[in-house]
Write a new protein. Structure first.
Ligand SMILES: [Zn+2]
Length: 377
């Protein structure tokens, strides 16, 4: 009996890997909807910025954001991301210099993209942006069931589909998306709610990112969530509208919002030096022909949800391309991650963040993509 027990004990010791060492107590995951890697790494595109059809403010954006070197242009457009996140952390996605990342789902639009990022699972049955409750579970929902995370996950988004992506009916995760908070928690949130009523909403399903941003900051400071997701949406909608100038101005504004998030965290006792920031996008956009920058969607998606783009017979080529960046304790200070012939998939983000938090992702969901070791310290 003792021998059998000894064998069992040593066997289980052998097959059960120890849980990862927690590198940070908190994570803030941020997405900018459909901001192309091209602008992130080379700044504004001259052909697009000077195109009559796509701008009413060419002079302004050329003066404000055009520089002769692509590095200088990129830093001028996204100063916080370049000068702080890229310099002090790690990033991937500059395809001009051998750094590749992409979505793994087959569709290249938002719901499948966000579901992949948040759940770590590629479920190609998620093939539309319709308001269907997600059959997969986000890392926020999974963590909420773990000791130390109960009630400590929250999401803020401009797009009104997020309550379905998080399946709030099942998960109970706090999701503030598109609409104001039902019960403003303080005077500041009452003011936000009043402005929500008084300022016209720019799109039928997407609000101004300023609301998303300020509700998120307010909640972080008050409720101290351990995992916060913030999804900014303006970049994608201005692009669909064909307004390159506004797309650029929105990208620059969102960089400022992200800086504000980071500075807020670093000035808080609860978050300082124990919080990881992870930034990515849900899909890329096209490049050729020139007007393809407005769109995204795979060839396969054009037979279904994206059939309004059927004229692009090959789909919107390149719209699977994304980029990722991270900063904070447990994140390697590698700067650019080169990937050779490989391409890092968005389905690996959830496991990466869970590992940073000291959680065993395989125990939470073995179908997740594996952690991106290049990001880990
Ligand atoms: Zn879109």
């Amino acid at each position: 009996m003792k021998v059998i027990l000894a064998i069992l004990v040593s066997f289980s010791f052998y097959i059960v890997a120890p849980p990862p060492v927690r590198a940070a107590d908190n994570v803030v995951l941020i997405t900018l909807d459909g901001l192309r890697w091209q602008e992130v790494f080379t700044g504004i595109d001259r052909d697009l910025a000077t195109h009559e059809r796509f701008n009413t403010q060419t002079e302004f954006i050329m003066e404000r954001f055009w520089r002769n070197s692509s590095q200088n242009r990129a830093e001028t457009l996204l100063p916080f991301i370049h000068n702080t996140v890229f310099k002090e952390g790690s990033y991937v996605g500059n395809r001009n210099i051998g750094s590749c990342s992409a979505v793994t789902n087959e569709w290249y639009f938002s719901y499948p993209g966000y579901s992949e990022i948040l759940t770590g699972v590629v479920n190609n049955a998620i093939d539309s942006n319709a308001k269907n409750p997600n059959p997969e579970r986000t890392m926020l929902e999974l963590l909420d069931l773990q000791a130390g995370f109960e009630g400590k996950t929250a999401a803020f988004a401009s797009w009104d589909v997020f309550p379905f992506i998080f399946n709030t009916k099942r998960s109970g995760v706090h999701v503030n998306a598109f609409h104001p908070e039902k019960i403003p928690a303080d005077q500041f949130e009452e003011t936000l709610t009043q402005l929500h009523k008084d300022i016209p909403t720019p799109w039928a399903t997407v609000r101004n990112d300023a609301f998303t941003h300020h509700y998120a900051i307010s909640y972080i400071l008050r409720e101290k969530p351990r995992v916060t997701f913030i999804s900014y949406g303006e970049t994608d909608d201005f692009a669909h509208d064909g307004k390159y100038d506004e797309y650029i101005i929105a990208a620059h504004r969102t960089d400022r919002f992200i800086q504000d998030v980071w500075e807020t965290l670093q000035s808080s006792e609860s978050y300082k030096d124990n919080t990881v920031l992870f930034i990515t996008v849900d899909h890329g956009r096209g490049e050729e022909p020139i007007e393809a920058w407005r769109h995204h969607g795979s060839k396969r998606s054009l037979n279904g949800y994206m059939n309004s783009l059927a004229e692009y017979e090959k789909g919107i080529v390149g719209s699977e391309a994304v980029w990722m960046a991270a900063l904070g304790p447990g994140v390697a200070k590698t700067g650019l991650i080169t990937t050779g012939s490989e391409c890092i998939g968005s389905n690996r983000i959830a496991a990466t963040l869970l590992t940073i938090l000291g959680e065993d992702y395989q125990e939470l969901n073995p179908n997740m993509g594996e952690p991106i070791t290049e990001f880990l310290h």
